[in-house]
Design a binder for this molecule. Sequence first.
Ligand SMILES: Cc1cc2nc3c(=O)[nH]c(=O)nc-3n(C[C@H](O)[C@H](O)[C@H](O)COP(=O)(O)OP(=O)(O)OC[C@H]3O[C@@H](n4cnc5c(N)ncnc54)[C@H](O)[C@@H]3O)c2cc1C
Length: 388
Amino acid sequence: VITHAQVEQVLMEPDGAGLRATGVRYRDADGRTTTIHADREVVVSAGAIGSPQLLLLSGIGPSEELASVGVECALDNPHVGKHLKDHLHVPLAFPAPGVALTMTEIAISLGPDALRAPAGPLPADPADDDGLPPELLALKAEAERRVTEWATTGQGLASSSFYDAVAFFSTGLGDPHTHDAQIGLLACGYTPDIWKHLFRVDPDAYFDDPDVALSADAETVVVLPNPVQPHSEGEVRLVSNDAADAPRIDLNYLADPHDVTVMVAVMRRALEIVDHWPGAGIGPLMVPPTLAEAHGHTAGDAPSDALLEDLARHYALTVYHETSTCRMGSVVDAELRVIGVARLRVADASVMPTVVSGNTNAATIMIGERAAELIAADHRMTLATTVG
Ligand SMILES: Cc1cc2nc3c(=O)[nH]c(=O)nc-3n(C[C@H](O)[C@H](O)[C@H](O)COP(=O)(O)OP(=O)(O)OC[C@H]3O[C@@H](n4cnc5c(N)ncnc54)[C@H](O)[C@@H]3O)c2cc1C
């Protein structure tokens, strides 16, 4: 395994009427370029962005597009880098007194180190813990108890992803698949940093008063409506023939009107779940102030479809589930072999014919397991274990 290396090209030679992969050229961390010969085959596993980028750099892709960036076309295939799918979800935040976990509670459950300065009340250096006042000693002891509970029993808040409940269902909007919707329920409101850097949402724009909604002691929950069978397709294309240049990724979310209709329906279902929360209940939906004003929305009103659509268009974010840019049937065959090139396979999320109706990691691992079986069988090798 050569780490910190970027493969720049799959090398190929003529093979009868078609082509055959013979190896790869890669650039190492010191900028040196090296060629490796493959005795048996080349397996590309660079993900839904990296795999089409590599095939395109190798001359496998839409001929006109390749010509426009100075890559000589070896095999014209209009599908390489196309049909990009992803999931898109919208964070909906609700005040949830008595229901939500505060970030303080979560921090205590992660042990004393999560409570240290500058963000927490304990000294930055544990050596300075001597002479702590009784309330901080008690806090530290409780944090130690909780993290030990997790380490010894696997129980407690530290064992949770806080994406603690999820609903899968069909909106009934005409998709032939078994289900086209997922709603995730987060038991906490997270921190302004997580909103900024993971959700990529500016809390100052999203919340009326972010200092209250996302304070360490706020009881806020986040519900994530997430259509899982989008019809819109994006693309990955080269901007140049230099592998060091990141490709252009156009996700093209909500381009198909069907996806907007489904998104609003899933958001509406999320609001229904919230409306039926037992006990004192949770809510109302926190609507970003500029959208509330634009739609004449008052806190506690049922939001209109137009407001929900606007909320999705402004604040929906990737679930990081990119797939289908080397999809089976168009770029690879049923055994993951690149159509038109012998001895070349792709094995990663890019081969999914369309995005799966749930999180993509497990499905991608299964693609890897299946690829191992297919490769072993082709080369008359026996795997110690198979998926069955
Ligand atoms: C922030 C984030 C959170 C996620 N959370 C979840 C989750 O909770 N649950 C879930 O199911 N899924 C989750 N996913 C999705 C999941 O991680 C992906 O679906 C999965 O990792 C895809 O696997 P892959 O092998 O196709 O690609 P990757 O895991 O992306 O692997 C491709 C690898 O190839 C390398 N590479 C690319 N180009 C080249 C090149 N030219 N030369 C050499 N190496 C190259 C990349 O650096 C990368 O290491 C998440 C993804 C992200 C980004």
